[in-house]
Design a protein around this ligand. Structure first.
Ligand code: HEC
Length: 402
């Protein structure tokens, strides 16, 4: 019953997370596009256009819109001023809720690597919190130094180096999927905290000054603009990490942290192309280079057959009969119509391996998961290296029945 309730909590949080995230990123992309696309007003100097820096016309859903961008702030505060923050907060809250429901609650299953010196749940959870909070503190500290203004290249390089170290350390501490999600949670937390601790408070200072009838200090908006730009570059990597859990070829790779970094750089590069394009600079190289980089990555990390069976030389041709008992013992406790493994009420992803016909249908997926040691999760059922080699050999050779 407990896991049934958890499954529902998981579903509802995930659904909400996706909706809130779409709203947040949608608004962020829109304003970013707006900022880059807005042009000096066509009717400059006309009445009512004093203090206007930019103008933009758009047609959407059968209606025409005009947006004006102020040089500083409007002379008079309007009755209703729209703020954008709940998209960010609710995305972070639901995301962190998911971390709790999926990873902290089932720490043994998803957050702990099996082995002789395996962590216990509270240690794994404490380390996770340390990374999430620590990531923000270090990033925020760096932003407040003169570095980002004085030497943006050094700032970006240092930031990337730090993320790389975190990605490597996480891949060492946690099982593959948990390590990927944690890089995403660290970046997502930085993004939401940027809104909560910097962007919104700075805007408040500006608006409060206006309410008091003072000239608002627009430099307060500058720090916010920098954080906004960082958030913008984080979006594509974070979105990749959100969906990466469905792709064992990425998180299951031996050097999964490098794969993550490579895809993140490509994603941020594509984002850069669009930022340039909105400003009217067409850099024809970025997208082709990104495409070539993606294909190269796919080639470099392609599955190399028989890697796992190196240490176990299997000469004979294996048939289902040779591996059936391994699957029964190590996989079927979870992958059955009525799982016997505690905490499972239904076969994970609907995948059952009770009969040969079911197994053969999922042969390719089983191969990637077993070869990359993604399954069994945390090696909970104690699949031995020898059994893994047998299973990989059989699956790799077409999983023959006889
Ligand atoms: C302790 C329970 C458990 C055991 C034991 C287990 N799995 Fe899984 N398996 C899972 C869970 C949970 C998922 C779903 C992961 C996810 O949400 O992506 C999964 C997913 C899979 C998938 C992906 C299914 C799909 O349709 O995408 C494959 C393939 C798989 N397991 C193969 C195996 C094999 C082969 C074994 C035995 C060597 C095994 N599993 C043992 C829990 C288990």
């Amino acid at each position: 019953m407990e896991s049934y309730i958890l499954d529902w909590l998981n579903l509802l949080l995930r659904w909400f997370h996706l909706i809130a995230g779409a709203a947040w990123i949608g608004a962020s992309f829109y304003f970013n596009w707006l900022n880059h696309s807005i042009r000096p007003p066509e009717d400059e100097g006309l009445e009512g256009m004093e203090g206007i820096k930019g103008q933009l016309f758009a047609v959407h859903g059968g209606a025409f819109y005009q947006v004006l961008k102020y040089k500083g702030a409007p002379a008079k505060l309007p009755k209703t001023l729209h703020w954008f923050m709940w998209e960010a907060y609710s995305t972070w809250l639901s995301g962190f809720g998911l971390v709790i429901v999926v990873y902290y609650w089932n720490a043994k299953l998803y957050l702990i690597k099996s082995g002789a010196n395996a962590l216990v749940p509270w240690q794994a959870i404490l380390i996770s919190l340390g990374f999430i909070v620590g990531g923000w503190l270090i990033y925020d500290f760096l932003c407040k130094t003169p570095l980002p203004k004085k030497s943006p290249v050094l700032f970006v390089t240092l930031g990337f180096a730090l993320i790389s170290v975190a990605a490597f350390a996480l891949s060492y501490i946690y099982p593959p999927r948990a390590s990927y999600i944690h890089v995403g949670v660290i970046l997502g937390t930085i993004m939401a905290a940027n809104v909560f601790f910097v962007i919104i408070p700075k805007q408040r200072v500006m608006v409060n000054a206006m309410i008091e009838g003072k000239e608002p200090d627009v430099t307060a908006g500058e720090a916010g603009a920098m954080r906004s730009l960082h958030n913008n570059y984080f979006t594509l990597p974070v979105l990749f990490i959100m969906i990466s859990n469905h792709f064992p070829m990425t998180y299951g790779h031996k050097f999964n942290w490098i794969v993550l970094l490579a895809i993140s750089v490509i994603g941020a590069g594509v984002r850069h192309y669009f930022n340039l394009k909105h400003k009217g600079h067409y850099n024809v190289w970025v997208l082709p280079v990104a495409a070539v980089a993606m294909f190269s990555l796919a080639f470099v990390i392609r599955p190399v057959p028989k890697a796992a069976s190196k240490t176990f030389v299997i000469k004979k041709k294996l048939a289902y009969g040779d591996v059936a008992s391994i699957i029964q013992k190590r996989c079927v406790p979870c992958h059955a119509s009525k799982p016997t493994y505690p905490g499972f009420t239904a076969p994970p992803q609907g995948s059952k391996f009770e009969a040969y016909q079911e197994i053969v249908k999922l042969r390719a997926k089983m191969l990637t998961n077993v070869k990359n040691s993604v399954m069994p999760p945390g090696n909970l059922t104690g699949l031995t290296d020898r059994e893994r080699a047998y299973l990989v050999h059989w699956l790799d050779h077409g999983a023959p029945e006889k």
